[in-house]
Ligand binder design. Sequence first.
Ligand code: PEP
Ligand code: MG
Length: 754
Amino acid sequence: MRGPPAGPRNLLRRLRQVMAEPIEAQARLNKTVQLIAANMVAEVCSLYVLHADGVLELYATEGLKPEAVHQATLTVGQGLVGTIAAEARPLNLADAQSHPAYRYIPETGEERFNAFLGVPLLRAGRTLGVLVVQNAAHRTYHAEEVEALQTTAMILAEVVGVAELSRLGKPDIGLDVGRAILLEGVSLGEGIGLGHAVLHDPRVVVTDLIGEDPKKESTRLDEAIGGLRLFVDDMLARDDVSAAGEHREILEAYRMFAHDRGWVRRMHEAINNGLSAEAAVEKVQSDMRARLLRQVDPYLRDRMHDFDDLANRLLRVLTNREHDPYGQGLPRDAVIVARSMGAAELLDYGQARIRGLVLEEGGATSHVAIVARALGIATVGRAEEVVALVENGDAIIVDGVAGRVHVRPNTDVEAAYAEKVRFRARRQKQYELLRHKPATTTDGQRIGLMMNAGLLVDLPHLDESGAEGIGLFRTELQFMIAETMPRLGEQRDLYRTVMEAAGDRPVAFRTLDIGGDKVLPYLKIANEQNPAMGWRAIRLGLDRPGLLRMQLRALLQAAAGRELRLMLPMVTEIDEIHQARSMMEREIAHMRRHGHVEPKGIELGVVVEVPSLLWQLDELIREADFISIGSNDLLQFMTASDRGNTLVAERFDPLSRPFLRALRSVLDAADGRVPVTLCGELAGSPLGALALAGLGFRSLSISADAIGPVKAALLAADCSELEALARSYMAESDAGGSLRSHLIELAERRGIPH
Ligand code: PEP
Ligand code: MG
């Protein structure tokens, strides 16, 4: 390997000293540009800083007229400096004035200089400013010089105090890197959360930027890359990585990148210029990110995420830091920011300190969204690039009502939201007044409103919301938050506590719905290509009878002397109900033999969520004691659109004819002989509930915080009018459109809150 030039390393060491000197901010910048100019043998070195309004201002210069400092400005895209900021890449010119973008700024006196080299100052891929060197001679700077200036710029971007720069510039306009940003996403969990960002998978912050011994740093880097390649190869070789599928594709991409010679070469170059191995990883990543951020091609942007992951992994190896998102202690008002997240990971944080959740991915019926709603956490999904735009500790507002995220909001926005929070609290008080009122429409139709639950923390909501019972208890949540498989006693205790909290109100326990995206760390299930349609729920329960039998035993024991309501998820054919029933009967016989007190009565219900049941409705009605429609899964299977995939999850409106017809067919078949309810997210919005009431549903199970708004809507509606609207919509045969727009029109005309 080529011997490292001593120049850049000395410069970096000197820069560090200047940064630590107790001098004024402007003097520090002046010294910095002098140092860089001397080191690069340049007649000019200038630093431009980018403001939030898109203006680049000259902050310091060696060689240009000093009176131009804080006077000379350019906008992004304007002149050579503006072009560098816009494109986030270096510009190396022998004759600057002949470049088409060249713009003459008289106050600087720069016309004497011909050679020009400018590089962006990047902080986590975002542009802080531009660093330029100039010479009078016509010359092109060597590749090593470009690299050296880039390295210097990276160090400068990290060590220069953003607050200090802010103070030196124009008052009222902050720096672009600290700019307030509004991101439009989709609402996944109602509510408004004000707090401070906590990155779920934080970038490793490199503190040792300068490498004293480049040979040693190169060896460290090579070892870390070797480890990374082995890790990726190991993952690919594991049996449970199926032959095809998304997971494998990602790993293949990782392998390709881990062996990318250009990537590795650029990191070694950065080390030769004086950086530590970890700083080199970060520098190359930051350059790459800045370039890829400007790509519109979604494929390339996805590759950026892969590179980010890989670079982060490499940094962890180099800094010996294991991933520990919760170790550092959460702030009291944490807003968790993540690309994507599993439900169990969210539960790991504990709810007490979480004010909000922001995801780059995530559909409304994904399990993390359901758990976030159950925990009452304001949540926004599909907030593009939020992970890159936010730094740990940034102020952030999650508007789960409008589906917006405000990053580093200005004080006016913050005040407006604080007012919104107070307003919502007042409205919540009004909902509380409705707590003991049944949801009866103006023409006297009573709609039973129950709540969905799954955790102990949900139980207080029973009284607070005025729910008439628990229409869906997701038993798998206890399994998802546990480190090891909950034992019989633990399961029984939870079920008993739930029944005791509910008192006379009914509780429908759904047997374990594990599999799909509900993974348990301690239960090894081979990776499936299509987990949602794979070995999950009742399928797994019947094939691994030990698990389901233990759960049935726990439920039967917990319900001693009470009514027990059970329902089976993902039933696809009637025989599965028979099998589950005989398993339960064996458990009852077992409890009799052991002298346990039996439940007073048992009702066995079925969740209708696999479309095949729609063609077995007569048999189903005969076999099931009650029916609960799981609209989340039913919709995903009927429309063949993955509920967790943001590209398709909201593509099809559940309030459209095919889906409403399916729901109607269940009500028609039941014909009042068995109770039918609906427990998917559809029922939890006022418009969804109005549509369902119009279709004939008289019982719904929704999240606790939806009870107030849904009840307020039903109380203001005339059910016969809803029915007439639904009937005429269903009878129309023209294909397009959904019932939604008609309902909105009706709600607005009648003053129904929706
Ligand atoms: C459903 O599928 O609609 C449902 C209620 O169950 P889950 O969301 O837990 O799959
Ligand atoms: Mg389901």
